[in-house]
Design a protein around this ligand. Structure first.
Ligand code: GDP
Length: 348
């Protein structure tokens, strides 16, 4: 292992995060997350040291991903669920992945007033989406914030994302169980299937069942059959085995708090089965490695773009490719060779 930066600078912060719940811990979590989100190189070194120190204390939570189109009822549901779980003695952290927030200038998901009753609870910690960077960057910060919350003893971490773009894949890739929220009308599920999102779901919730019970029933039947058609199964060996979780569909009303018991029962069954059969552990291992490689890819690309030698040669090579004098693949190899020879090929 390469030398990690000294831990000493972070010790009071680390101690405060690991301390008992209270205002001090809350402030320390916020401070740690701000440090993790900083783009300054010296902060990044401290943040990495902090993460390394936090890691043995993290990982003990259940990580729930929740996605759905704007207006489906995510924040209404998460608030109801959060309060329900607090009543059961849990501590709940709510994080968000909203890559559009840097464009819109403010995170829709970060609007705390949407979860007024939950945000005032001691046992809840709500953090808006990091508001800058690519989806990969935003997802990285959220993953790291998740580790901080886990180390602080939040045993349920909910990661919310809007059902647009690639953010569902990012959230599915950082959670134990991925929940897709749908509206009870026929068009929606087809859209989710088309986008491939349905295949990510461990559980599909049909929300707003209170508005039209029949429509919700139809949607439930339709989505259940499409899950079967997709051949989705948590079990790579035997799709009928009771030792493995199989994706399910539930009707709920987030507004009226209906279906929370059934939802929680499904989540705990999922957790029990997938822990016993080892899939939960392998999912996390796979996620950690995928995360590492995703960040390596992003870091290499950044190094490439930052390299003065590459930048110096790029215009001429680009012109040569455009004018048909140089094959695109040859150009790529030449530029990569420039990077490899570049003294500044260090990580960003
Ligand atoms: P989000 O954009 O997915 O976070 O959706 P919100 O939670 O903000 O909900 C959008 C709107 O739908 C709000 O006006 C909610 O009150 C309403 N809503 C959410 N869940 C339900 C539900 O189960 N039934 C009904 N009738 N309305 C709901």
């Amino acid at each position: 292992m390469t030398a990690t930066p000294p831990l000493s600078a972070n010790t009071p912060l680390l101690d405060a995060i690991l301390d008992a719940p209270g205002m001090g811990q809350r402030r320390a979590i916020a401070k740690a997350i701000t440090l993790l989100e900083s783009t300054r190189a010296d902060h990044r070194a401290q943040a990495d040291a902090l993460l390394t120190a936090l890691l043995p204390h993290s990982g003990k939570s259940l990580r729930l991903g929740i996605s759905g189109v704007p207006g489906v009822g995510k924040s209404t549901f998460i608030e109801a669920l959060g309060l329900y779980l607090i009543e059961k003695g849990h501590r709940v952290a709510v994080l968000a992945v909203d890559p559009s927030s840097s464009v819109s200038g403010g995170s829709i998901l970060g609007d705390k007033t949407r979860m007024e009753r939950l945000s005032v609870r001691e046992e809840a910690y709500i953090r808006p989406s990091p508001s800058s960077g690519t989806l990969g960057g935003v997802a990285e910060k959220t993953r790291e914030a998740m580790l901080v919350c886990e180390a602080a003893g939040y045993d349920i971490v909910i990661v919310e994302t809007v059902g647009v773009g690639q953010s569902e894949t990012a959230v599915q890739g950082m959670t134990d169980m991925f929940v897709l929220m749908q509206l009870p009308n026929a068009g929606d599920d087809l859209q989710a299937i088309k986008k491939g999102v349905m295949e990510l779901a461990d559980l599909v919730l049909i929300n707003k069942a209170d508005i039209d019970a029949n429509a919700a029933l139809r949607a439930e039947a339709q989505i259940t059959s499409s899950l079967r058609l997709l051949g989705i199964s948590g079990n790579p060996h035997d799709p009928h085995s009771e030792d493995y979780w199989h994706p399910k569909v539930l009707k709920i009303s987030a507004l009226q708090g209906q279906g929370l018991d059934a939802f929680w029962e499904a989540v705990t069954t999922f957790q029990r089965l997938q822990t016993a059969n080892g899939l939960l552990q392998s999912r996390r291992q796979h996620q950690a490695l995928a995360w590492m490689w995703e960040r390596i890819d992003a870091g290499l690309k950044q190094s490439f773009k930052n390299s003065p030698l590459v930048r110096a040669q790029l215009p001429a090579i680009t012109t040569a490719v455009q004018s048909g004098q140089l094959a695109a693949s040859t150009a790529a190899r030449q530029l990569l060779a420039v990077l490899a020879a570049s003294p500044s090929a260090a990580p960003p």
